[in-house]
Design a protein. Structure first.
Length: 251
């Protein structure tokens, strides 16, 4: 490869891989993973999607599990910079959408600091993918006029979340990374006025062939969470009652 063509490839594509089902990749994501020189990916990117990656690409796993940080974030940022500076086209592949609880913004800030060009390719976020595949519309004229995505990585006392604003009727709540915090979520929502009978669901490994949908009401949430494994999404709100009628995937 000539020097000039090497230099021109110094570029990072921050790409959302969607929630798991490879058919939910965007055309752009599909094209980019097939032509990348380097793919930096994490735990949430499904095996089926990794099977579509350019077989000649260098693959770097930087996956993280709760409390088991494989590669610290600043090191991931540095890998992106170093590989791009080698003149490579780097695809930073993330589960779901890179700008929703994905630290995509932090990675881009490092690229800006190092004057590395980039693009962002959105992906289907877990809330959209899991709700669609579970037959739970996030909004519905008879049930919810608004929806909120919340991280379950709460401070120990849960003080960082405005529970009062979450505990509303006609509103859907989607908690990412919420399994371990299920008791805190249940307690705060009910203390702030949400009925213990509010429908809720946990969608485990949504959109994959291993998808499981556990449903109940808010007072069951702790039990449901104990039965589920990561990655799982928690949905709270009256829309969950539609699941029984609208469920279609894996039937
Ligand atoms: N950027 C991702 C979210 C990363 S945070 C996105 O936009 O989807 C990781 C959390 O996402 C997990 O703890 C889980 O709550 C949720 N998640 C991601 N993929 C999921 C899946 N296939 N099924 C259920 N939850 C999922």
């Amino acid at each position: 490869m000539s020097l000039s063509s090497t230099a021109s490839k110094c570029f990072v594509s921050l790409v959302g891989a969607g929630p798991g089902d490879p058919d939910l990749l965007t055309m752009k994501a599909y094209r980019l993973i097939q032509t990348a020189d380097v793919v930096v990916y994490d735990r949430l990117v499904s095996e089926e999607i990794m099977a579509l990656v350019n077989p000649n690409a260098e693959l770097l796993f930087v996956g993280k599990k709760l409390n088991h940080h494989c590669v610290p974030q600043d090191q991931i940022n540095q890998i992106l910079v170093d590989k791009a500076k080698e003149g490579k086209h780097v695809v930073r592949l993330k589960g779901g959408d890179p700008f929703i609880f994905g630290r995509g913004g932090e990675e881009l800030e490092t690229l800006v600091d190092n004057a590395i060009a980039f693009e962002v390719v959105p992906g289907i976020t877990a809330a959209s993918g899991c709700s669609a595949y579970a037959g739970i519309p996030l909004t519905h004229r008879d049930h919810a006029q608004s929806v909120q995505f919340i991280t379950g990585h709460l401070k120990k006392d849960g003080q960082d979340v405005q529970w009062q604003s979450l505990a509303q009727n006609n509103h859907t709540l989607v908690f990412y990374m919420g399994l371990k915090q299920a008791p805190t979520i249940r307690q705060n929502l009910t203390e702030h006025g949400l009925s213990i009978d509010t429908p809720c669901a946990i969608i485990e490994r949504g959109t994959t062939t291993k998808q499981r949908v556990l449903t109940g009401v808010l007072s069951d949430l702790d039990n449901l969470a104990e039965q589920a494994i990561s990655p799982s999404l928690i949905i709270v709100g009256s829309v969950v009652s539609l699941h029984q009628q609208l469920s279609w995937f894996g039937e």
